[in-house]
Structures are given as C-alpha cells and as structure tokens.
Design a protein around this ligand. Structure first.
Ligand code: FES
Ligand code: FES
Length: 157
C-alpha cells in the first residue's frame, strides 16, 4: 500500500506492508539510520522518535498507523544554524560514547524539556527510564540535560 509519512518535515510516499513497523520503514525503506534498532521489543529505547511531538518506540508502532502524522528523529532537531543545544550539550558533557543510545535519548529529552523546561533530576531520571545506555553510567547524560536546560534558558531570556 502506498502511504505518506512525514519525517522531519518532509513528506515521503512509500510502499508499506501491513506488518511493517515504523522502525523497519524508517531504516530499511527510507535509509534513516540515525534511528537505531536495539531490542526490537520496546525495552531499550534506542528506536525512540517523536510522533506528533511525543516519544514512541518505533519498533512497536505499525507504519500504517502513522500515515500523515509528523515523525521527528534526532536529525530533525538540527536547525539551519547547526546542532540543537541539546545535541551540543550531549557532546560537550561526554554523554555520547558509543552513541547507540544517543538519538533516542536526545529526542526523549527534547520532549521532556518542551513539556517541563526545568525538571528536577528525579523527573529527568523518570522520563529517561525507558532509554538504556550501556556506556555512560547515566551521570554524563544527566549533566548534559542540565547543561542543555541552562543554554536553552539563556537563549530564551
Ligand atoms: S529497538 Fe525499540 S525499544 Fe529497543
Ligand atoms: S553511549 Fe553507548 S549505549 Fe549509551
């Protein structure tokens, strides 16, 4: 079935099979490899994208169910001026090591800071509890979120 997906603001027409997940279509059909495949069963968060602004595990979503809806990957956060402050904060804080978890984590944090620009550490930990990282021990990720909060607050003042 030919369906239209809107990924990072760009409409894409593609053939989607009834059993295909959003993750499969993004990676295998559209070549959007910044969306990572980890567990394939909704546990690791590596495949997280924003669907109409809210985080979803794309391995658990059927591609047919999202036709016409806005999908945002980590690449879609970049502006014309370059990296999003959140992306810069992850790099600067050493929160990107192997990088496998990073695209999913960054879009999950983007959603959190959109809803709550000044979350407590407890709230950040809770919001990111579905995104597993095997490298950083999480402290550098928490540092990155705090740095991004500061930079985003400065930019909006
Ligand atoms: S690959 Fe989707 S949650 Fe792990
Ligand atoms: S940086 Fe390697 S899994 Fe998180």
């Amino acid at each position: 079935m030919i369906r239209r997906l809107v990924v990072n603001g760009r409409a894409r027409e593609l053939d989607v099979l009834p059993h295909q997940t959003l993750l499969e279509v993004l990676r295998d059909t559209l070549g959007i490899f910044e969306v990572k495949e980890g567990c394939g069963e909704g546990v690791c968060g590596a495949c997280t994208v924003l669907l109409e602004g809210r985080p979803v595990s794309s391995c658990l979503v059927l591609a047919l169910a999202v036709r016409g809806r806005a999908i945002l990957t980590v690449r879609g956060l970049e502006g014309e001026g370059g990296l999003h402050p959140l992306q810069e904060a992850f790099v600067k804080s050493g929160a990107v090591q192997c990088g496998f978890c990073t695209p999913g984590l960054i879009v999950a944090v983007a959603d959190l800071l959109q809803r709550d620009p000044h979350p407590t550490e407890h709230v950040v930990r809770e919001a990111l509890s579905g995104n597993l990282c095997r490298c950083t021990g999480y402290q550098k990720i928490l540092d990155a979120v705090r740095l991004a909060q500061e930079r985003m607050a400065e930019a909006s003042s």
